[in-house]
Design a protein around this ligand. Structure first.
Ligand code: NAP
Length: 423
């Protein structure tokens, strides 16, 4: 099968994930058999679930997925996304990126991802709970603390993880906190997990600023997305003295040249749910916001935001990817040509899975760590991966995404060759 024949995986995100992988594999001279094997996920499960809305007469059929990309190095790990665009190809792309991310961070996991094709913002709390419990039941044979450990992603949060943990625990007959990460601290969740992706991204923005000679206290940032990753990234950047001139969510972009107060925006969103109507800045479209001038542009919402169409018009010095897959291959080429520094997703947003790994370790050992221990270990792992990526990029004259991916792919390939082929 060739990469152009994607069959049931066909989706723009999976095409992007495969194209990025093939580019890196070609440059590093990856063994052809290993390359062919890593091009596809090892296991996938497609489920349909009956979902009863609060109005008792309505029963809808909803599609759900769980994909495990590589099972070679240990259990698989990856978030669960609730969004209307979720399909097998999208989840498979996210699972593949998780493999490179875990390997780059030197975590003992392969990549996985899950998703339910539903708009979570339209659901009541009871509906969200029902869909989560039924989805968990449908994929229960695939997950487990030694098999595959889910976590939050777009549209899911620690409450959803608590319901998942409860459903699994009810089935086996005792509490199994280590089946899922990103759950509430009272259920064995880790301190620092909720904000870990944003915190990790900001640690790397600091490293990148040192590398590029940017004084963060004199710089500006635009953050696309004001959910978990975006709001925490904006908050930690603001704490470093960065002026946040633009933020957005799905409803609107907000622009204020003098700087937005992130705590005021968080208060507004707590009360109004969306940014639209917030008087702290001028409303601009999401597309326009990306093209406004700033030092750091942090896409922290959706895939496919920086494309061949708009990359030429970006006015930033650095793209710091909190989201998965926000930049297309065509855009990558333009950003490289223009000398815009890219903190690629597999590196930039790896803080989430790194603290998820800490959570799993704490749960399996029944030994909880302090927040200082967690943040300092996170800092060590992230900056080490950053250094290895920069050294490789400079030595082999590569763009940062390719360098980061090769760091990850090399580790996975070594593990596959060491285990050998069965039968
Ligand atoms: P989230 O909490 O659900 O937040 C998503 C944010 O993006 C929301 O503010 C949403 O707006 C906004 N958004 C959605 N579609 C948009 C669009 N078309 N234009 C602009 N904004 C849009 O999700 P999250 O956990 O922060 O995840 C965001 C990204 O980070 C995803 O790509 C995810 O895969 C990646 N990521 C997350 C983690 C993690 O630990 N959570 C870890 C690694 C990577 P509304 O609130 O108005 O809908």
């Amino acid at each position: 099968m060739t990469p152009t024949d994607l069959r049931e995986f066909d989706d723009p995100m999976f095409r992007l994930a495969q194209a990025q992988f093939l580019k890196a594999a070609g440059i590093m001279g990856l063994d052809e058999n290993i390359c062919e094997r890593l091009l596809w996920p090892q296991r996938t499960m497609v489920v349909t679930l009956p979902f009863r809305q609060d109005d008792y007469h309505e029963v809808e059929t909803v599609f759900g997925y769980r994909v495990q990309h590589v099972l070679t190095m240990g259990p698989t790990k990856g978030g669960i996304r609730y969004h209307e665009s979720v399909n097998l190809g999208e989840v498979s792309a996210l699972a593949m990126w998780m493999t490179w991310k875990c390997a780059l961070m030197q975590l003992p996991f392969g990549g996985a991802k899950g998703g339910v094709c539903i708009d979570p913002t339209s659901l009541s709390r009871a509906e969200l709970q029902r869909v989560t419990r039924r989805y968990t039941m449908e994929i229960i044979s695939m997950i487990g603390p030694d098999k595959d450990i889910p976590a939050p992603d777009m549209g899911t949060n620690e409450q959803v993880m608590a319901w998942l943990m409860d459903t699994y625990s009810q089935q086996v007959g005792y509490a199994v906190p280590e089946v899922v990460t990103g759950k509430p601290v009272v259920l064995g969740g880790s301190l620092g997990r909720t904000e870990a992706t944003g915190r990790g991204l900001v640690y790397l923005i600091q490293e990148s600023a040192k590398h590029l000679g940017i004084d963060l206290s004199q710089s500006t940032a635009i953050v696309q997305g004001f959910g978990n990753v975006g709001s925490n990234t904006a908050r930690f950047l603001e704490e470093l003295g960065v002026r946040i001139v633009g933020v957005s969510d799905v409803s609107t972009g907000l622009w204020n040249e003098n700087g937005l107060s992130i705590s005021s925006l968080l208060d507004w969103v707590r009360n109004h749910k969306i940014l639209k109507g917030c008087p702290s800045g001028d409303e601009v479209s999401n597309a326009e916001l990306l093209e406004r001038p700033c030092d750091i542009l942090a896409p922290c919402a959706m895939q496919n935001q920086i494309t061949g169409e708009n990359a030429q018009r970006l006015q930033c010095r650095m793209v710091a990817e909190g989201a998965n897959g926000p930049t297309t291959l065509e855009a990558d080429a333009i950003l490289n040509e223009r000398g815009i520094f890219v903190l690629p997703d597999v590196l930039g947003n790896a803080g989430g899975v790194t603290v998820s790994y800490f959570e799993w370790v704490q749960d399996t050992q029944n030994y909880m760590w302090t927040l200082d221990e967690i943040n300092s270990r996170l800092h060590g792992i992230m900056t080490n991966a950053f250094r290895r990526t920069i050294i490789r990029a400079e030595r082999d004259k590569l763009d940062t995404r390719t360098a980061a991916m090769i760091e990850g792919i090399e580790r996975v390939a070594q593990a596959k060759l060491s285990r050998g082929l069965f039968p």
